[in-house]
Design a protein around this ligand. Sequence first.
Ligand code: GLP
Length: 241
Amino acid sequence: RPQLEVVADAATAAARAAELIAARVVAGRARVLGLATGGTMVPLYAHLVAAVRAGRLSLSAVTSFNLDEYVGVAPQMPASFHAYMRLHLLDEADLDPARAHVPDGMAPDLTAEASRYEMAITRAGGIDLQVLGIGANGHIGFNEPGSDFGSRTRVLELSEATRRANAADFPDGAVPERALTMGIATILEAREIVLLAIGAKKAAAIAAAIEGPLSPNCPASALRLHAQVRIICDKAAASQL
Ligand code: GLP
């Protein structure tokens, strides 16, 4: 069973998640971090940056692997997850950019890129702590409903719901149709997982993940197969539990 922590508001939830991550890094128990993107993670990264600047945390020895990237969105484009990571973390904190990995959605051979990414994770010793958000449809990374629990890093088609949810990042209307994402099995291999969910939009997904059927219809329900998962929610995201 995931450990559930419901806190009063969004700001407290982000602070709690950042505190947990920082504590693991400081204790030497999160040498390899799995990182997520999305609006939910913005305040979390702001807390980590503040901790680094205050000298309470160093990420200089950390290796990181992001969950996913759009296919066909170049790293220099603002909507890419590469750009997101530079903006919110890499340009602001002391992570070594050479050790901050994001899947290459521009790779000419995406299948080869997916296996290269899996091998890089393995070579780094596996992910110690994986940070996750959740899609309103229950996706983790970009593992959309229907994703096999045994899935590994691969290319997949984004659902219409996800494309609509992320449309604001693509003002020209060119929302990508595909993404490269770590698979559910890849995510479950992390030694520890922390999922952060904020706001009423996530309430149904959180309820399905924790209390619904264990099913690919809600990819986040797979987290119940893992022994070390903490779900940090604000009250709104926990309101359907
Ligand atoms: C995105 C990402 C996920 C993220 C989710 C929720 O598209 N691929 O990793 O957790 O959707 O995003 P947000 O935090 O903006 O609601």
